[in-house]
Design a protein around this ligand. Structure first.
Ligand SMILES: Cc1cc2nc3c(=O)[nH]c(=O)nc-3n(C[C@H](O)[C@H](O)[C@H](O)COP(=O)(O)OP(=O)(O)OC[C@H]3O[C@@H](n4cnc5c(N)ncnc54)[C@H](O)[C@@H]3O)c2cc1C
Length: 380
């Protein structure tokens, strides 16, 4: 374990790993990631791997578009095939108000340069004959959206970080941060001490616990979300399909299984990683109605993970006003995997240049909660 680091990143999930990778790529030396468990043990290893650019907030569209560029280069850049597949995302609208929202969002997304279109229900039937289009008014479609395997992506970053000369400590818990005159001087862990002047809090839904070690309040809480996985079947589903009205998403993995999830009406805390039979029943009923061909498919597994929820369902990326060089990237609210490459790049730029260069993320600073920002609505 190194005794001194130029930057300590707390949390070795996809966000912390992307930040450390970007710092090393920008030639920063002595970068250290500290992960309390194994690589991808947090939300990242429990996530569905969806990568979409169709958001209702322009900031999320911009960040996701930059991430897609980086995912397109991922295998070459980071060095591993992560089953990245641009099979598109299909969002389904059932009500007049959804139709208005989709049309408004598509106009905004196009203004950001995204190649996205509205599909009529007949066009949806033609393109995806296995979807029950009864009651569907229209869809929003983007071919360059897609999905990847989040565990592979997290592992790829960890391997690359070590190859590039960074340290990636697993099974090491950060227990405290030492500060003198509002400057960070070091990080305590259960495996020893590392002196540093810069700390990045990328501890997912546990980021507030890290902040509280030095009196920084981070308004994020963990919310449990469940996933169901079926047996593998022949490939038929190219896009990830999202149905906000019936409150679910579904995609087919590289190996053929279907992976699906929904938002619970009363979600449990993110600390509770249990599973419920109600989720299994509700999810299955919805699938059989909207994808009748799945009627006899077998379920093989279910699991749960935490969304790190922020008050407006958008990330919080900022440097503390009270503790110099304490930077946090959290509050991803169910979409941190897809945003991670661009967030990694932005945070690395903030550390090296004092400001972002490639993507302006200033709208994601903490002070937006006092001045107000529009909530992201396209969330399951
Ligand atoms: C069911 C489900 C489905 C999802 N689907 C998608 C999707 O399709 N697309 C998408 O983009 N996102 C999705 N997400 C969200 C995505 O998983 C998260 O936004 C993303 O993984 C957050 O990454 P992270 O690195 O911030 O957090 P994490 O992966 O949770 O990493 C944080 C790490 O910090 C470590 N840590 C915490 N405290 C300490 C400490 N004191 N010392 C050392 N280490 C510590 C933890 O062990 C953890 O590994 C989904 C999430 C869930 C739960």
């Amino acid at each position: 374990m190194m005794k001194h680091a130029s930057v300590v990143v707390i949390g070795g999930g996809i966000v912390g790993s992307a930040i450390a990778f970007s710092l090393l790529k920008m030639k920063t030396k002595n970068v250290c990631v500290i992960e309390k468990s194994y690589v991808s043990s947090g939300s990242t290893g429990r996530c569905a791997g969806g990568i979409r650019q169709q958001w209702s907030s322009p900031m999320n569209v911009k960040l996701a578009m930059r991430s897609v560029k980086l995912f397109e280069e991922f295998e070459k850049d980071v060095g591993m095939n992560i089953e990245y597949y641009q099979g598109g995302y299909l969002l389904l609208a059932y009500t007049d108000s959804e139709v208005d929202d989709f049309e408004k969002n598509v106009r905004m997304q196009k203004s950001q340069g995204l190649d996205v279109e509205i599909l009529t229900s007949n066009q949806i039937k033609e393109k995806f004959p296995f979807i029950n289009v009864e009651d569907i008014k229209l869809g929003s479609w983007c071919q360059s959206d897609g999905h990847a395997n989040p565990q592979l992506a997290n592992i790829a970053y960890a391997i690359a970080i070590r190859k590039m000369g960074g340290e990636f400590l697993t099974h090491t818990t950060v227990t405290g941060i030492d500060v003198q005159n509002r400057q960070i001087i070091g990080v305590q862990t259960d495996n020893g001490y590392i002196s540093t002047k810069i700390v990045v809090d990328a501890a997912g839904f546990e980021a507030p616990k890290i902040g509280s070690m030095i009196g920084v309040d981070i308004p994020v809480h963990g919310e449990r979300h469940q996933i169901l996985v079926t047996e593998a079947v022949n490939h038929f589903l190219d896009p990830l399909v999202i149905n906000f009205n019936h409150n679910y998403y579904v995609r087919q993995t590289h190996h053929g299984s279907l992976m699906m999830g929904q938002g619970d009406a009363n979600p449990a805390s993110g600390e509770d990683l249990g599973n419920t039979i109600e989720f299994l029943e509700e999810m299955s009923e919805k699938m059989i109605k909207d994808f009748p061909l799945l009627k006899n498919i077998h379920i093989v597994r279910q699991w749960s993970g935490a969304y790190d929820m922020s008050p407006d369902a958008q990330p919080i990326i900022d440097e503390s006003k009270d503790i110099s060089r304490f930077i946090y990237a959290t509050g991803f609210s169910g979409h941190g995997f897809m945003l991670a490459p661009a967030v990694g790049e932005s945070v690395a730029e903030m550390i090296i240049h004092g400001q972002t260069v490639t993507t302006d993320v200033s709208n994601l600073k903490m002070d937006r909660f006092t001045i107000g920002i529009e909530r992201e609505h396209n969330v399951v």
